[in-house]
Design a binder for this molecule. Structure first.
Ligand code: LLP
Length: 432
């Protein structure tokens, strides 16, 4: 469910016509719906309420400070993977006790910053990293709290670049090694190793991989407890799906129906487990679109190209993962207003196959390939849907294209939450 809909023949975000935003801030531009962000956060919170989880919004998915603040005000903690994300979490007003810090390559500087900030948990990805944290915390005379990230060796059946839970992944340690890590480092005085972290991949559109990963992890927790280790936290990571093509992602309640029964007993009793969740995409993806303007129409061989003013520097997912993003005009020609968005809309009679491409000098610079679209003209606006997560977050300056602005819609109003970058700003660090 989201708050982007066609009304009176044109696309609205909540109660604001998207075309009005484009007129005001120009294109390309990212447009987010605050109601959708909150709706998705609430959906996770209420579906998993029985576990009383700490919901740590995964900043990497959509790091804008205003969005972080919006979610913080709703109760979110933060999942961070760099010093920069940690500073964002704190700047947004995040409670340090609800910050988890993951990542296979934490620098000493980042570790020190996290210790200074008194974050909740370090999610540890290797023995070497743990040894280093023990060293640094010990030298400083502080006690850090940590969870060990394990690879439960399940196949999340997602793109190979975003699959992380297999044994041979660079993230975390396999279950066998996890036992050894606890026996070697689990009684350190400067790092209280009291949690297990997992994140199997993203997006994971079925619940089975979670069930199997959590089962294996609970067995590990039981063994570790039997060996005398005080495990009090289980972080089940992120990875819930979003709607890219149709309505392919299970709702939060479907994940919860499978996951909550596995953990319900564990959050109560004499040795209660605290549960942490790290959703990113399922909150942000369907809450954002990328709006672009048609620059030119072109034919090459038998192919029709729609050349728009947004490129792979603005949204790299199609180029990097061959990801599908539904693209449709903001004000479609008469008769082409889709009753239902997504893949099925593209089967409307009268549509023509086109490649929607950007201005970047790469053949990989496309937003949509071989896509059925209504007749288009120069100047027409198009919306690239499900762009709220890993869209702006992964934008670059390639081809020296400044970053687009970000706009947050709240009911009938909207505000610019990141201004369009200018050329001077883009080159500011390079003064001659
Ligand atoms: N926790 C950890 C440890 C993660 O590595 C990630 C994502 C998340 C949580 C959040 O996952 P989510 O709920 O957003 O699925 N750029 C790729 C996605 C990379 C995901 C990286 N890790 C994409 O555009 O599909």
């Amino acid at each position: 469910m989201d708050h982007f809909a066609y009304r009176n023949g044109e696309l609205y975000c909540e109660d604001v016509p998207v075309a009005r935003i484009a007129e005001s801030v120009g294109t390309p531009a990212y447009v987010y719906s605050s109601a959708t962000l909150l709706h998705h956060y609430d959906a996770v919170a209420s579906a998993f309420a029985a576990l009383r989880p700490i919901i740590c919004y995964s900043i990497k998915s959509c790091p804008n400070l205003h969005i972080c603040r919006l979610l913080k005000d709703r109760g979110a903690g933060f999942d961070v993977v760099s010093g920069g994300e940690l500073v964002r979490a704190l700047r947004a007003g995040g409670d340090p006790a609800k910050i988890v810090f993951a990542g296979v390559g934490k620098t000493d500087e980042e570790i020190n910053l996290a210790l200074d900030s008194k974050i909740g948990w370090f999610n540890i990805e290797s023995e070497a990293e743990l040894a280093n944290l023990i060293e640094i915390a010990g030298r400083r005379g502080v006690v850090a709290r940590a969870a060990l990230r394990v690879n439960p060796d399940v196949d999340p059946k997602t793109h190979r670049y975003t699959s992380t839970g297999k044994k041979e992944s660079k993230f975390g340690v396999d279950l066998e090694r996890a036992r050894r890590v606890f026996h070697e480092y689990g009684r350190s005085a400067s790092v209280r190793l009291c949690g297990i972290h997992l994140h199997i991949g993203s997006p994971v559109n079925t619940v089975e991989p979670y069930v199997s990963a959590i089962r294996k992890t609970l067995a590990l927790i039981d063994e570790l407890r039997a060996d005398g280790f005080a495990i009090d936290t289980l972080d089940i990571g992120g990875g819930f799906g979003a709607h890219y093509k149709t309505s392919e992602a299970p709702p939060a309640v479907a994940y919860a129906e499978a996951i909550v029964p596995l953990l319900a007993d564990r959050v109560a009793g004499a040795k209660p487990l605290s549960i942490i969740m790290e959703p990113g995409r399922s909150i942000a993806a369907n809450a954002g679109i990328l709006v672009a303007r048609t620059l030119y129409l072109k034919k090459s061989g038998e192919r029709d190209f729609l050349i728009v003013d947004a490129g792979m520097n603005d949204l790299i997912r199609p180029a990097l993962y061959e990801a599908y993003h539904f693209v449709w005009p903001v004000r479609p020609a008469a008769g082409f207003v889709p009753a239902e968005r997504g893949e099925r809309a593209a089967s409307m009679a009268g549509c023509l196959p086109m490649d929607v491409v950007g201005p970047v000098c790469e053949s990989g610079d496309f937003l949509a390939k071989d896509r059925m679209l209504p007749p288009m003209q120069r100047g027409d606006l198009v919306a690239v849907f499900t762009a709220g997560a890993y869209g702006m977050a992964m934008a670059s300056h390639y081809n020296s294209r400044p970053n687009p602005p970000e706009v947050l819609v709240e009911g009938g109003g909207f505000r610019v939450i990141r201004r369009r970058e200018g050329y001077e700003e883009m080159m500011a660090g390079e003064a001659l």
